[in-house]
Write a protein that binds this ligand. Structure first.
Ligand SMILES: [Zn+2]
Length: 57
């Protein structure tokens, strides 16, 4: 009787946060002036996952 070898189970990957794609950071546009002219983007912490990159339930 052969024993069945079971492959080591990998831990399931945590659900990825949507807004930051799992990076924990989001690029937010930087605007200046009255016209709110966009001057670029700045990396900011993702408020959906607080920088963990994992989707919270
Ligand atoms: Zn996030």
């Amino acid at each position: 009787m052969a024993t069945k070898k079971t492959p080591p189970r990998l831990a399931p990957a945590p659900p990825m946060c949507g807004p930051c794609n799992g990076t924990g950071e989001v690029a937010r546009p930087v605007r200046v002036g009255r016209k709110r002219r966009p001057v670029g983007e700045q990396a900011g912490i993702c408020l959906a996952c607080f920088g963990t990159g994992e989707a919270t339930d």
